[in-house]
Ligand binder design. Structure first.
Ligand code: EPS
Length: 417
């Protein structure tokens, strides 16, 4: 099973990302991971922290001479800001300090943040013990894991991209057909959107929100091309790929909604206006020689990929740290107070798109390895080729079906199938 875990606090010494279950022989260079980390650091509306950090990984294990070994890949990302936080985040007890090492204690929890629920659940007196881990800084380690997943998928022609489609009440116009290399088209844009006019208005809104001490949410669309039919499964709830995708994306800090294809809009339409009609499409082998006239399903039917592009929209609420803070209670006294105003961003929606790409890439790489397996990349590739050559023989072949050896099935065999 392909899986990953992360460790690290926002202002601690470093973040760690461990990816396990990769096949051996996958070409992998630190620069490929770092390129994704740099993309996550972009976006208009981020605060000063992003000027301090320059996120780069160091491989600690699992990679040799530019190839995976099949063992866990551990990656370290140092926090440059750590040097400013040693006294506050020191793992060691500090008996020499009058406050025992507990500086910048947070007792006025921010509405909408994990501060209060976490503090009560973990029985802490200082919400910093919660917020340092709840911080979206952790998503750096997710993007590092996702970069490896993306690298695996790229071996098979699968490409993951995203763009921002909404920010704080302003919609971006989305063209009828997206550029083939979506990220190449939007990464240079300060908001990662395809609509330059909307971007200008969004940036003005971000400036206005900053002056007002307020924050903004938004929506990104993530698009995956090159997937074959058959990842995920209809047979059990926890193998349905749409559910797994939604869970992974909903786990991103501040994400409040996920739509696949038409999403909520599908509930408002009739069946004839929702379901994608089929045409035979000889040669479109990855989709079983079929083409859908529309892609309202967003590339998934029955929890299984269809071979059409996977299209997912992810909604992020405004960041919970407001510079003009909201009302709260002071925990020790119970008195009315205003929430803590930690340094933060006005918006991180452009970065969320990159994080969503990473999480989606990881779930797809997991489904890929479940379907095709393989201890080495070569073995995975042979399994993929075998499956795709079978799928290529299906719809429109003029036959019922064939055996894996290529011989026609006799009608009785077909019945037994
Ligand atoms: C964050 C607050 C800010 C963000 C941070 C997430 O950090 P700081 O408190 O150090 O200014 O910049 O995001 C990152 C550090 C990052 O790498 O994305 C928060 O409270 O969630």
């Amino acid at each position: 099973m392909l899986r990953f875990t992360t460790a690290g606090e926002s202002h601690g010494p470093a973040l760690v990302s461990i990816v396990e279950g990769l096949p051996a022989g996958l070409p992998l260079a630190a620069e490929q991971v770092n390129a994704e980390l740099a993309r996550r650091q972009q976006g208009y509306g981020r605060g000063r922290r992003m000027q301090i950090e320059r996120d780069e990984i160091e491989f600690l294990s699992g990679v040799r001479a530019g190839e995976t070994l099949g063992g866990p890949v551990a990656m370290l990302v140092r926090n440059r800001d750590w040097k400013n936080w040693v006294e506050i985040m020191d793992p060691a007890p500090r008996p020499e300090d009058a406050d025992g090492g507990r500086k910048r204690v947070v007792t006025r929890p921010r509405p909408g943040h994990a501060d209060l629920a976490g503090l009560l659940k973990y029985d802490r007196d200082d919400a910093r013990d919660i917020l340092e881990r709840a911080s979206a800084r952790e998503t750096t380690a997710r993007v590092a894991a996702g970069a490896i997943a993306r690298r695996l998928l790229a071996e098979f022609g699968v490409r993951v991209g995203s763009h921002l489609v909404h920010l704080g009440g302003i919609d971006a116009q989305v063209p009828e057909s997206l550029p083939e290399d979506l990220n190449a088209a939007v990464d240079a844009s300060p908001l990662r959107t395809l609509d330059d006019d909307a971007a200008v208005r969004m940036m003005a809104l971000i400036d206005e929100s900053k002056r007002a001490g307020n924050t903004l949410g938004g929506i990104c669309e993530v698009v995956v091309t090159g997937l074959p039919v058959g990842l995920g499964s209809h047979v059990s709830w926890d193998r349905k790929l749409d559910g797994r995708i939604a869970a992974a994306l909903m786990s991103i800090p501040a994400v409040k909604g996920v739509e696949i294809g038409l999403g909520f809009e599908a509930a408002r339409r009739s069946g004839a206006q929702v379901h994608d009609e089929l045409d035979a499409a000889p040669g479109r082998t990855h989709a079983g020689n079929v083409q859908r006239r529309t892609n309202r399903a967003g590339g998934l039917e029955g929890g299984i990929t269809t071979g059409e592009p996977l299209v997912v929209r992810v909604a992020m609420k405004p960041i919970a740290t407001l510079m003009r803070p909201l009302g709260t209670v002071d925990i020790p006294s119970g008195d009315a107070a205003v929430a803590v105003a930690e340094r933060s961003d006005v918006t991180a929606v452009p970065a969320m798109g990159v994080i969503a790409e990473a999480m989606l890439a990881f779930v797809l790489a997991q489904a890929w390895m479940e379907k095709f397996g393989g201890d080495s990349l070569g073995e995975t590739r042979r399994n993929v080729d075998g499956y795709l050559s079978r799928v290529a023989m299906r719809v429109g072949s003029g036959r019922l079906a064939q055996r894996p050896d290529g011989r026609d099935l006799a009608p009785d065999d077909a019945r037994r199938d």
